[in-house]
Design a protein around this ligand. Structure first.
Ligand code: BES
Ligand code: ZN
Ligand code: ZN
Length: 503
């Protein structure tokens, strides 16, 4: 990861090879840049007089060898109307600036973005947002590219400038937090971007086991242990695959001993071909991302152990491929999973996520956690309903959902709640047993959640359908093409708020 730090000082004192100065409405410099304006004599004012910027958010112009300034490049970054700024825009500005400078070959960059006024935010909030923007914005997954552009990148350090020494401590804490959050998010992205022939259930198990902390215990069940434990729904989906399934359990005791943990459950389908109800060909390769739920859980654990967050966490990940073959499970099959008193009729083998999650949720619920949050690329219907800009939120935990919505707004890792009225449950009634694994064309995201609800008992529960948000083939403001790490920042922020309330 790139080196990122904070410094108190003025632009003209920097010897970095690039400084980034915000430009308000395409015209006005902010405080620190006015100092810069003085030392740079006529060059900057003259430039600004002629600069016919539209004041478009994120637009930038780089000046070289400005008189009186030691740094080689001065990037003027349009932030648009200062009154319309928010923390997310700050993240995006930082990301845009460093991406462009990195492409241009800059080595050491200082950012003067913290001085922008954003209502209702603290200096820590802003520094954290800038650091997140830098670290998330620079992420790339290019290990399989022969002409590896990023290897040629020289960018090695980014400094976030603040005005006063007195704030250094707080600002450094904010950067430390951002580093952990970005490490978790980028870890999730790395896992998900790996192709299905690399990221197998076994690989996910190894990656989980590679997380190390004195208070973390990781158990990776192989097929035999899964059989002995009675995770039969996971085994049913695995029948068509030549690769063994894994069931991963992570236990982190960062909080008070004996306190109920927060359970995080993630769908770890390392490739979803649909099974016997096979998917159509176009874009099927994207189904390597069907393990993004599990990647989110592992990303959260990575950040939590890095921050030593004082919270108890239970992570549960069911992992398998969903393929087709002579022994694959079939439409019409009736199975009983870990929760033996519910029989499930398989009507479509492509609705496999809810099947493996039923075992994981029942297993997690048995441990009596204080709440359960699950992450799953569960339904194509969610992509149609909400697109790429919000994850679907459903569940039974009223307070939990409310806090997740607030956390989504703060982190911009947003969610939107869909209803779960009783009547929807009727769509998954089966004629010949308890429930069926599909509920018809209507409200597909909700009926999938209805299916899951049968396995969580009375524990407050939130379900995040990240099918539309977990990956983006065009890339987003903060994410390169591919996995976005959706859900990681959302739930990390939720957990951080939770511990700061307790303390
Ligand atoms: N992994 C898919 C859901 C999915 C589809 C995520 C497209 C992202 C993009 C899931 O296992 C699935 O195939 N769901 C089916 C359910 C249907 C058969 C009821 C779907 O959404 O089509
Ligand atoms: Zn499927
Ligand atoms: Zn799937």
């Amino acid at each position: 990861m790139i080196e990122i730090s904070v410094k108190a000082g003025h632009a003209h004192k920097q010897r970095d090879d690039a400084v980034v100065l915000p430009l308000l409405n395409g015209r006005n410099l902010t405080k620190s840049s006015k100092i810069l304006q003085q030392v740079s004599g006529k060059v900057l004012p003259a430039f600004l007089r002629k600069y016919d910027s539209t004041g478009t958010f994120g637009e930038s112009h780089t000046l070289y060898d400005v008189e009186g300034i030691f740094t080689q490049r001065v990037m003027l970054l349009d932030v648009g109307d200062e009154k319309k700024l928010n923390l997310h825009k700050l993240r995006v500005l930082a990301a845009k600036a460093v991406r462009k400078l990195a492409q241009g070959g800059a080595r050491d960059v200082s950012l003067f973005l913290q001085e922008l006024a954003i209502r209702g935010t603290t200096l820590s909030d802003k520094v954290q947002a800038i650091a997140e923007g830098v670290l998330l914005g620079l992420y790339q997954f290019d290990k399989y590219q022969k002409s590896n552009e990023s290897n040629k990148r020289k960018l090695r350090s980014v400094t976030i400038m603040i005005a006063s020494r007195r704030d250094l401590n707080r600002a450094e804490c904010a950067v430390t937090r951002a580093r952990a959050i970005a490490a978790g998010t980028n870890f999730a992205r790395d896992l998900a971007n790996e192709p299905g022939n690399v990221c197998t259930p076994e690989y996910l198990g190894q990656q989980a086991a590679s997380l190390s902390h004195p208070r973390l215990h990781v158990t990776v069940m192989d097929k035999q242990a899964i059989k002995t434990t009675g995770l039969n729904a996971l085994l049913a989906v695995n029948q068509g695959s030549a690769k063994e399934p894994r069931f991963i359990v992570l236990e982190y005791q960062g909080g008070i001993e004996g306190d109920a943990p927060v359970a995080l459950v993630g769908k770890g389908l390392t490739f979803d071909a649909g099974g016997i109800s096979i998917k159509p060909g176009p874009q099927m390769e994207e189904m390597k991302f069907d393990m993004c739920g599990s990647a989110a859980v592992l990303g959260i654990f990575k950040a939590v152990i890095e921050m030593n967050l004082p919270v108890n966490l239970l992570g549960v990940i069911p992992s398998t491929e969903n393929l087709l073959g002579a022994s694959a499970y079939k439409p019409g099959d009736i199975i009983r999973g870990y929760k033996k008193d519910i029989s499930i009729e398989i009507q479509n083998t492509d609705a496999e996520g809810r099947i493996i999650l039923s075992d994981a949720l029942a297993y997690a619920a048995e441990r009596k956690p204080s709440e359960i949050i699950d992450f799953a690329t569960l339904t194509g219907a969610c992509v149609i309903a909400l697109g790429a800009h919000a994850s679907g939120l459903m569940g039974t935990g009223k307070k939990l959902k409310k806090e997740l919505i607030a956390s989504g707004d703060f982190t911009h890792d947003r969610v939107w709640e869909l209803p779960m009225h009783e009547e929807y449950q009727e769509q998954i009634k089966s004629d010949i047993d308890d429930i069926r694994n599909i509920g018809g064309r209507e409200a597909g995201t909700i009926t999938a959640a209805c299916f899951l609800s049968r396995f969580v008992g009375d524990i407050p529960w939130a379900h995040l359908d990240i099918a539309g948000t977990a990956w983006n083939m065009k890339g987003t403001d903060l994410s390169a093409k591919g996995a976005t790490g959706a859900g990681v920042r959302l739930v990390l922020n939720y957990l951080m708020n939770k511990v700061s309330r307790v303390r």
